[in-house]
Design a protein around this ligand. Structure first.
Ligand code: NAD
Ligand code: UDP
Length: 333
């Protein structure tokens, strides 16, 4: 298949392009580079030996997208492009609603106009909010109260309504848990701008000496060691999940959790990182971070049974690969 990948030079998108190309699909990337670099296209080529077509363009620009769809006639779209910083979304809600909703509307509209039958959307476990763990695809959506989470729930609803009146269309909503790690080549990975918000990139920057110590946000949660529990998933497993979802897609709306089904606490992740890489991470306990929940992990039965996909890589590989990428990556490169 020829797959249009929006956000394909970003963290998850670049790993998915690699897995698509390795699975003999062809790839066109559309990315406006607001949070990534064009050089990633060279790195995808270096890993796979195949160069995806690349357009530096805004996925919310209907005229440009119409031209790209008309020129290339893709078989499917994977829509990663979006703004994703929770805190920033509280400060700049309109930018988040505009970018994340408009790009989704423009792309699904182009799919219908141009007869593209497969649409895969990057959703998030954030849509489960404070439901009981493990999170199941059938649970009611309770996005955490920030504009980022709202955009994910809203896009899911828009796509579901559109699929209902377009019976030939397949819409797959993939709810990611906590993607971490990097490609084993060390050529692509997560390179956040500024001080990272997320745990793994924060740990790797402490390991590198860029940041002094890790603040652990709360040790009094109702979890085995009191620190927050998340379902970390290796980004290459996540990328493979996209290929499986695309290859199994049939008309209708299909929702899958992409996680490992296992919860890991902050302290457990720090220890795993130290053991995997033979390093010490200075830590101190700090206040809880506002808006955090105690536990978040997936029920992964549906993806396993319907897609034949499950995560293969464990926390050790996640920590090893995240650190390998951090060491090879020069900020501003
Ligand atoms: P990322 O920022 O690395 O990648 C997103 C890419 O989209 C970037 O390259 C950015 O330049 C591009 N982009 C943003 N707006 C665009 C637009 N209007 N037009 C074209 N390109 C645009 O983020 P990521 O971690 O790879 O996340 C990919 C998707 O997965 C996002 O939709 C994100 O919300 C979702 N997601 C991420 C996580 C996570 O923890 N990383 C978890 C759940 C869901
Ligand atoms: N966390 C932490 N220190 C940090 C960043 C995160 O203790 O500097 C904790 C956070 O409270 C949560 C877990 O690590 O329990 C994962 O946080 P992240 O932001 O990576 O993911 P999310 O909370 O969005 O699932």
């Amino acid at each position: 298949m020829l797959i249009l990948v929006t956000g394909g030079t970003g963290y998850i998108g670049s790993h998915t392009c690699v897995e698509l190309l390795n699975s003999k699909h062809d790839v066109i990337i559309v990315d406006n580079l607001v949070n990534s670099k064009a050089e990633t296209v060279d790195r995808i080529e270096a890993i796979t030996g195949k160069r995806p077509l690349f357009y530096q363009a805004d996925a919310a620009d209907d005229n440009v997208m119409d031209l790209i769809f008309a020129t290339h006639k893709p078989d499917g779209v994977i829509h990663f492009a979006g703004l994703k910083a929770v805190g920033e979304s509280v400060e700049a809600p309109l930018a988040y609603y505009r970018n994340n909703l408009l790009s989704t509307i423009v792309l699904i509209d182009n799919c219908i106009r141009h007869g593209v039958r497969h649409f895969v959307f990057s959703s998030s476990a954030t849509v489960y909010g404070d439901n009981q763990v493990p999170f199941l695809e059938t649970m009611e959506l309770r996005p955490r109260t920030n504009p980022y989470g709202e955009t994910k729930a809203m896009c899911e609803r828009i796509l579901t309504d559109v699929a209902r009146v377009n019976p030939g269309l397949s819409v797959t909503l993939l709810r990611y848990f906590n993607p971490v790690g990097a490609h084993e080549s060390g050529l692509i990975g997560e390179a956040p701008q500024g001080i990272p918000n997320n745990l793994m990139p924060y740990i790797t920057q402490v390991a590198k000496g860029i940041l002094k110590e890790l603040r652990i946000f709360g040790d009094d949660y109702p979890t085995p060691d009191g620190t927050g529990v998340r379902d970390y998933i290796h980004v290459v497993d996540l990328a493979e999940g996209h290929v499986a979802a695309l290859e199994k897609a049939v008309p209708g709306v299909h929702i899958y959790n992409l996680g490992t089904g296992r919860g890991t606490s902050v302290l457990e992740l720090v220890r795993a990182f130290e053991e995997a890489n033979g390093l010490k991470i200075p830590c101190r306990i700090a206040e809880r971070r506002p808006g955090d929940i105690a536990e978040c992990y997936a029920d992964v039965t549906k993806a396993r049974e319907e897609l034949g996909w499950e995560a293969k890589r464990g926390v050790f590989e996640m920590c090893r690969d995240a650190w390998r990428f951090e060491q090879s990556y020069e900020a501003g490169e």
